[in-house]
Design a protein around this ligand. Structure first.
Ligand code: ZN
Length: 246
């Protein structure tokens, strides 16, 4: 399944600015009850702009273990204290009952550096040590929807030690800080908190993430999830601070 065709080559690095299509995912509002004001505002808009990658944000695609180690080391060395990153993984869908493909892509976004790393780990023999360190370090806070499940999967797939902390599930964080009671998807959070539509194209989502190279659409899709996650986290922080100061 893993492809090593990238070994020995420099990764392609570039900036993607395209946005995808426009499938909408509704939030999980089951009970007919009065929604908080911030949710009502999102609900009344019918067509929302598509969430896109900021033009200032670079996508760094790496499919070679040495390059991955170098960029992760640089990232870790640049940190001046605890930080948070939008974190997500992708894997190919297998249609065998009860089976899940091995993690093929690990992506994370660090807003202050305006960079989103997309590591094609199915092209590497194992997870390079510095990337492992990013995953395991509790002062590098991983934020994402169901991020704990993603990290558990990574630990199973690559024999990592599960870090008991150092991650924040955005759904629980939104409910706790904004006093809602929803089962959030990332698209739902983007809709209600950023007033944007996060494109979720099934053919990309369920695509062949293990095959080298990733297409431009796959890179874009992977990066969008990580960027959206960190933006949602910042937005929740911002709104909850406003709530307590106003
Ligand atoms: Zn994703």
């Amino acid at each position: 399944m893993a492809s090593n065709s990238g070994a020995g080559h420099k990764p392609t690095r570039g900036i993607l600015k395209k946005s995808g299509s426009d499938k909408k995912i509704e939030s999980n509002a089951r009970n007919p009850r009065k929604l908080p004001q911030w949710m009502q505002n999102g609900a009344i808009k019918k067509t929302l702009p598509t969430f896109s990658i900021p033009s200032s944000c670079s996508i760094v695609y790496s499919f070679n273990a040495n390059d991955c180690a170098v960029v992760c080391n640089e990232f870790l060395k640049s940190l001046r204290g605890p930080c948070h990153i939008g974190f997500d993984i992708e894997w190919p869908v297998t249609y065998e009952h009860g089976k899940q493909g091995r993690t093929a892509v690990i992506q994370f976004c660090h807003i202050p550096d305006e960079v989103c790393f997309v590591f094609h780990v199915s092209c590497m023999n194992s997870i390079p040590k510095p990337l492992r360190e990013v995953i395991e370090r509790v002062d590098v806070l991983k934020v994402g929807v169901n991020v704990e499940g993603d990290i558990q999967k990574l630990c199973r797939d690559f024999d990592l030690i599960f870090p008991q902390s150092g991650f924040v599930d955005l759904g629980s964080f939104a409910n706790e800080r904004l006093m809602s009671n929803e089962r959030w998807s990332l698209a739902g959070l983007v809709k209600f908190l950023l007033n944007c539509d996060l494109p979720k194209v099934d053919s990309i989502r369920k695509g062949s993430w293990h095959l080298y190279p990733l297409t431009e659409q796959q890179l874009h899709y992977a990066a969008l999830d990580a960027i959206a996650s960190v933006k949602i986290y910042n937005q929740i922080l911002c709104r909850s601070q406003l709530q307590f100061t106003s």
